[in-house]
Design a protein around this ligand. Sequence first.
Ligand SMILES: NC(=O)c1ccc[n+]([C@@H]2O[C@H](COP(=O)([O-])OP(=O)(O)OC[C@H]3O[C@@H](n4cnc5c(N)ncnc54)[C@H](OP(=O)(O)O)[C@@H]3O)[C@@H](O)[C@H]2O)c1
Length: 331
Amino acid sequence: MKDGIRWGILGPGSIANQFAKGLQAVAGARLMAVGSRDAGRAATFADQYQVPHRHGSYAALAADPDVDAIYVASPHTGHAEHTQLCLSHGKAVLCEKPFAVNAVQARRMIETARETRTFLMEAMWTRFLPAMTQVRRWLAEGLIGEPRLVTADFGFRAGLHPEGRLLNPALAGGSLLDVGIYTLSLAQMVFQDTPVDVKGVADIGSTGVDEQAAMVLRYPRGRLALLSSAVRTNTIQEARIEGTEGRMVIPQFWHASEVVVTLAGKDPQRHALPFTGTGYNYEAEEVGHCLHAGKRESAVMPLAETLSLMETMDGLRQQWGLTYPCEVPAV
Ligand SMILES: NC(=O)c1ccc[n+]([C@@H]2O[C@H](COP(=O)([O-])OP(=O)(O)OC[C@H]3O[C@@H](n4cnc5c(N)ncnc54)[C@H](OP(=O)(O)O)[C@@H]3O)[C@@H](O)[C@H]2O)c1
């Protein structure tokens, strides 16, 4: 890896384009290969981003000896299988969110990473943006005192396309797994703890998945989170962290570029923290740093936290009676 990380992309769909563009802003990184279920789609993507190796199967990508790390960008239902395929070939994996469909799958993925002694990380790109890095720094410094309440919403209005991945149960669609994960991940990042009580209500739409959901979580020491997600309702997409000494407001928190800090008795201060590239470059940089340091997981997005988030989402779906066709009943 002396010339930098050689990346492969699995599943050249919509988000893979953003990641490929993001990689162009990562010093030393090279997009070496792309793998698609269809050779023609691999070639089209490869031509667009000048990717030297194009593979007409995911297995061929995973076996490519010139690739160090693979970005798994298939739909939710493919994450476990595709991640395990890549790990079994010794490739580091950056797997899109939600990490898996459920905690059973997530546990297996993590076990495979440990068995193969290979790097694995959930692609929660938001955490690596400069604004979020600054938020963590301020929290650690105690700028707003002890954080007591996190409020966050992530909703957008998609068209009613039952076959598309957002609303299709066969692709583990629904607002919770698609965007609710961002709100849950933010709360967990702020509190650095696992919730002890999780309650939620969801509107299950005509395709059988949650079109919107509202969640309340209690963490140790009485800290609370009030979260919502939607794929058929536009919401403001804002996060607020209320502490004992002040508050941070993060507009458009999932692609944050500013934070408004209000300390007790003072005027709000707006801090611009823009990101470069598409923003997906920062998570790729983190993978590069970890690999060069010989680490098999990231301290910013640890696997234990990813697993805990999957367990929280399992618990919410259980409350709603929402299971996906791909799920094997728990034994
Ligand atoms: N981080 C973010 O900001 C962000 C944003 C959007 C989406 N995502 C996540 O990224 C993943 C992909 O989302 P996307 O919007 O890029 O989806 P997409 O446009 O549908 O692309 C997914 C790609 O996966 C491959 N694939 C493998 N099995 C498939 C199947 N059964 N059905 C359809 N496609 C299949 C397809 O490529 P080939 O057939 O050519 O191999 C397809 O192009 C999801 O997990 C999503 O939650 C993340």
